[in-house]
Design a protein around this ligand. Structure first.
Ligand code: ASP
Length: 267
């Protein structure tokens, strides 16, 4: 039983809660200490891997020298080792060490003990399939809700949304579920492309694909253009990167949102 005492001192009511009686599990569940960067891409045109984010990442990961990297998305089919090396080269520029989760015999423990996590891009189906296979979805969600700093780029950003159904990737493997981490209250479409009115390409525009998504699903979708990213601090979700983002809400005309806007209104 939770004891709550209210006493009044000079007309100011003071509330005492006997903290010994609150189950710490509940304190954790409601602490909402999320600290995340959810980026459209790892690499800007003409730039080096993660370069445009490094200043932010120095701050984001300031409490750790070591980042746990999840290379499961395997861009271009590269091996976990090669992908981890590439990421290590980028993080070395801000004096961080990188450990690939595939090097651990107990990936769940690796996540529990990590002081910073990066999930890289590649194929979202491959990534999600592997996360389910290793039973890591709830482990990642747990530690991120409790404050472990998280970085996601492209596929690693898709998984922060409610589902992976707005990825641009081909379904080259079949994950047990399309549900993802649900750490933000919408879906992400990374590498968002505006329709090119001069193009002779006849395939669907991104906007049409998202319109199709909304025939069967109701959650909002944020189209993140290259160079845009979301900073999540607790319940605050801020657009960064000097560009607008395109928001697609069910049964509404798509609209633009300015840089530095707060997306908590979609909560
Ligand atoms: N293939 C993308 C990536 O770079 C993800 C996507 O476009 O949905 O991870």
């Amino acid at each position: 039983m939770l004891n709550i005492y209210i006493i009044s001192l000079k007309e100011i009511p003071i509330l005492f809660i006997d903290l010994r009686l609150i189950n710490t599990k509940y304190i954790k569940a409601y602490s909402l200490m999320k600290n995340m960067i959810i980026a459209s891409t790892s690499t800007l045109y003409g730039g080096e891997f993660l370069d445009y984010l490094l200043d932010d990442l120095k701050l984001h990961f300031k409490h750790t020298d070591t980042i746990l990297f999840i290379p499961y998305a395997r861009p271009g089919g590269i091996s976990h080792d090669l992908y981890t090396k590439k990421v290590a080269t980028a993080f070395a520029k801000i004096n961080k060490q990188v450990i690939g989760i595939h090097e651990s015999k107990t990936p769940k423990d690796a996540i529990k003990n990590a002081k910073g996590i990066y999930v890289g891009g590649g194929n979202t189906f491959v990534l999600v399939n592997e996360l389910y296979k290793e039973n890591l979805i709830s482990s990642i969600k747990d530690v991120v809700v409790n404050g472990t700093p998280y970085l996601g780029t492209s596929a690693g950003s898709n998984i922060c949304g409610l589902t992976m159904r707005t990825t641009n990737d081909m379904p080259i493997v079949y994950p047990p579920s399309f549900n993802t981490l649900a750490l933000v209250p919408f879906n992400i479409n990374p590498h968002y492309l505006d329709p090119n009115t001069h193009s002779k390409h006849m395939g669907e525009t991104r906007e049409i694909r998202i319109k199709e998504f909304h025939k069967f699903n109701t959650q909002p979708v944020i189209g993140l253009r290259e160079g845009s990213y979301l900073k999540v601090n607790g319940t605050k979700i801020t657009l960064k990167g000097n560009l607008q983002a395109r928001v697609f809400e069910y049964n509404k005309t798509p609209y633009e949102v300015e840089n530095n806007s707060d997306f908590s209104f979609l909560n």
